[in-house]
Design a protein around this ligand. Structure first.
Ligand code: 6MZ
Length: 363
């Protein structure tokens, strides 16, 4: 499938980590700046930054490095703006961006001020119209900066942006709870759910469970990184929790597939990420094929577009060539993701209209 066609199609991104989606050029620039200031030794990190095939272990080393260069509010705002612009340029019409709120006392940063810096980044996007809140009152005021939707006779591009707050597997039960509390407080500002992520070989499910249960009981949807490494006990416990979606599902066994399919829990599929981190050996054996054939709800996603040098269009092009899907099937796959977004019915309705309009151009 030509890449150009995949770019032109409207798409929905549901699994993208903010700091993993950072532009290569921005990462290099920030690392150089810190090198000049003497905060890091640039020559020591250069090879980590420029390497393309990274194992899961190396990816998490890279995240530590990225987090070292994105510590202040200004940078968090900048990368958020750029990431949204990049997704919009790729014709992503709905983006659920996830990020781990971080506290950094040396920069006067609290989890809340981190999140406010992210919101600032969303608001500062001016290349496209951004819809970022599900509260209509907030909508109205926050869009006072957006000019009307028609510009020189052309309809301006529009992207819906919603946030998921991530709980990193390294944290304590209390810190996980704090993140859920923050998400609940910020529901009127575009936060629509909770994600559990981080290095999959670290931490225990029971540590996060109380916070995740609390989120669920408060009506806040939860998605879990599940089965990124083999861990049958954890996979079972996670499926028993009945998350609204799961990410990856790479290391499932027969029984777990059966359970997942019975429960119809939608899966966020990140092809390039799985291959690069070697959680799946090759696309020939990727579970996308079986889930797709079984009509199981799924969505193609990038995971970390910056870290893995990919884009959502590239993921669609890859799925098309690896699994032999045609244009119509690709389009329908993108469209079906509307059913599993965490945003409200108004957004679902508007996305359906957007896709219906695009579908008529397909024929
Ligand atoms: C698990 C991942 C991940 O939150 O700082 N993250 N967690 N598996 C993956 N597969 C490759 N890719 C990214 O974005 C970076 C953080 O997202 C999680 C990790 O916790 C990483 O530190 P934020 O914006």
């Amino acid at each position: 499938m030509e890449m150009e066609w995949c770019v032109s199609m409207p798409k929905i991104e549901l699994h993208a980590h903010l700091n993993g989606s950072i532009r290569d050029s921005t990462l290099l620039e920030l690392a150089k700046e810190l090198g000049e200031k003497g905060t890091i030794v640039f020559s020591e990190v250069e090879h980590v930054l420029s390497k393309n095939d990274r194992s899961l272990v190396e990816v998490f080393k890279l995240f530590d490095l990225i987090h070292n260069v994105t510590t202040d509010h200004k940078t968090v705002t900048r990368i958020t703006k750029e990431v949204i612009e990049d997704f919009a340029a790729d014709n992503v019409v709905y983006l659920e961006l996830r990020t781990t709120p971080k506290r950094n006392d040396s920069k006067g940063m609290s989890k809340r001020s981190y999140l406010e810096a992210v919101l600032e980044g969303i608001k500062s996007v001016d290349s496209v119209e951004v819809d970022f809140s599900h509260n209509t009152n907030v909508d109205a005021s926050s869009h006072s900066h957006a000019v009307d939707n028609i510009c020189n006779g052309y309809e301006r591009k529009k992207i819906y942006v919603r946030l998921l707050l991530s709980i990193d597997r390294r944290v304590t039960a209390e810190a996980a709870m704090e993140t859920v509390e923050l998400a609940l407080e910020m529901r009127d500002f575009g936060v629509v759910g909770i994600d559990l992520s981080g290095n999959p070989v670290i931490g225990q499910w029971l540590t996060y469970l109380p916070a995740l249960e609390y989120a669920k009981n408060q009506g806040l949807p939860v998605t879990l990184h599940c089965g990124e490494v083999p861990n049958p006990d954890e996979i079972h416990a996670m499926l028993d929790f009945l998350p609204m979606r799961i990410g990856h599902a790479c290391c499932f066994e027969e029984e777990e597939w059966k359970f997942l399919k019975q429960l119809k829990i939608p899966v966020e599929i990140c092809l390039t990420s799985n291959i690069r981190t070697e959680t799946i050996t090759s696309l020939d054996v990727h579970h996308f094929a079986d889930l797709y054939k079984s009509n199981h709800p799924l969505v193609l996603c990038t995971d970390d577009a910056g870290v893995f040098s990919t884009s959502l269009s590239a993921e669609y092009a890859l799925a098309s060539s690896a699994f032999g899907l045609g244009k119509r099937e690709m389009f329908e796959l993108a469209q079906k993701a509307i059913e599993i977004i965490f945003a409200c019915d108004r957004v679902k309705r508007e996305l359906k209209e957007m896709f219906a309009k695009a579908a008529s151009d397909l024929d």
